[in-house]
Design a protein. Structure first.
Length: 159
């Protein structure tokens, strides 16, 4: 089944909606760095200090070069991201800035995402963008500040 726009969550797992959308992310074959970069970019746009702190520290702890972490906010003007990562970052931006762009995710960005990712990976990216935006809003509303996150905290919570 091809993952297409407008198909909704029933497209996951060949049409079977999963009880927890996070399974699409956790079980995807997306590189961990791509997941963290997407979460970092959305968190930057949403002004979520806690999540920016968490995702920068997770990237650094995983050995991601500082130059890549530091250039996420200006990824369009950087040479350190692959075309696939650029497609994922564009999806993150457009999916986060829905109120700014009445059309949502552009056809150009969607085509780039389709070019670089398979159906399961696209499902994971779409859910990841939605989930990090929800988390950002919860933490910004509750004024949860950044600075205290310890790398590996999310992993220990999942086990």
């Amino acid at each position: 089944m091809q993952w297409r726009r407008g198909g909704g969550p029933r497209q996951l797992a060949g049409g079977q909606q999963r009880g927890h959308s996070s399974l699409a992310v956790v079980q995807s074959s997306l590189p961990k760095a791509t997941l963290e970069l997407v979460e970092l970019r959305a968190s930057q746009l949403n002004g979520c200090g806690y999540c920016v702190d968490a995702h920068t520290k997770e990237l650094a702890a995983a050995g991601e070069p500082a130059v890549r972490i530091n250039l996420v906010a200006a990824w369009r003007e950087a040479t350190v991201f692959t075309e696939a990562e650029q497609a994922a970052l564009a999806l993150a931006e457009e999916g986060t800035r829905l109120a700014d762009a009445h059309q949502g995710v552009s056809d150009e960005t969607w085509a780039q995402v389709r070019k670089h990712y398979d159906d399961d990976q696209i499902a994971a990216l779409v859910y990841l963008v939605a989930m990090i935006n929800a988390a950002n809003r919860l933490l910004v509303i509750t004024r949860t500040k950044g600075g205290s996150y310890e790398p590996g905290t999310f992993d220990s919570m999942a086990s």
